[in-house]
Design a protein around this ligand. Structure first.
Ligand code: MN
Length: 257
């Protein structure tokens, strides 16, 4: 049987399962909030054009308003100053949007400490148990934060000192971006960096190092708990916005049952 026919047969009989890693998009989808004096994104919004009425008797449709970095979304290299001149979201080669993915689960640590930071030694320990990081694939960083995604307050988890959400240390971010063969970093939080990463050196190290290395980010993923530590195939589908720094994306994982 041809390869793609085998794949379709496996999807049809359930031996390959499609897991949706995408957060639902609505005006309640949590969004990043930057402090003054920085400019902020708009939330996702539907604006009705017509709904089987005088404005269009037989059809229902909407305009949408959204930021590029709203909900489950893709960060392109050009999003960050370190990636200036790099690929915009429309220039990402389609073959890089279908790639292997591994899942590093730090949800127990993040439950105990919302400021938990992944260090190189944690990734080394993961590699000892699960094998090397995938060449040209995604590192998906599970923190359990998707359980909070229905509530902006719990999701951003801010106090008087700013947001408190788990992330990756600056040293580990640099190492992952510059010395490992992964294509990008996927997270469950509102951005690829920790809530406190504005105060890191450099600030926002995941953005700085990954995008500076021509790699990618995926945020606000869900259902990583349903994926194996390795063996999933990730399909990340951002819109080809010309000149865009990112895009809301449908992100699917194929897993073998
Ligand atoms: Mn982003």
């Amino acid at each position: 049987m041809p390869l793609l026919a085998q794949l379709l047969a496996a999807v049809a009989d359930g031996s390959v399962e499609i897991v949706d890693l995408t957060a639902p998009l609505s005006d309640r989808t949590p969004i990043l909030r930057l402090p003054e004096p920085f400019a902020n994104t708009v939330p996702f919004r539907l604006r009705e054009i017509s709904r089987y009425d005088d404005r269009g008797p037989a059809w229902y449709w909407n305009d949408i308003e959204t930021g590029e970095h709203v909900g489950t979304h893709f960060d392109a290299p050009v999003h960050w100053a370190t990636g200036r001149g790099g690929e915009d979201v429309a220039q990402v080669p389609p073959a890089r949007l279908v790639a292997p993915a591994v899942v590093l689960d730090a949800s127990a640590r993040a439950a105990a400490d919302p400021d938990f930071l992944l260090e190189i030694e944690h990734v080394r320990d993961w590699e000892k148990a699960n094998g090397p990081l995938p060449d040209g694939g995604w590192l998906l960083y599970r923190t359990g934060w998707d359980a909070r995604s229905g509530d902006q307050g719990a999701f951003l988890n801010a106090d008087e000192n700013g947001p408190r959400t788990p992330g990756i240390s600056a040293e580990c971010a640099r190492w992952l971006a510059e010395e490992t063969p992964v294509i990008g970093l996927g997270v469950e939080t509102v951005g690829t960096d920790a809530g406190a990463a504005h105060a890191f050196d450099p600030p926002f190290p995941c953005h700085s190092y990954f995008l500076g290395a021509g790699k990618y980010g995926l945020t606000q993923l869900q259902n990583l708990a349903r994926l194996p530590a390795r063996g999933a195939v990730l399909v990340a589908a951002p819109l080809p916005i010309e000149g865009g720094s990112g895009s809301p994306a449908r992100v699917l994982a194929l897993i073998e049952r």
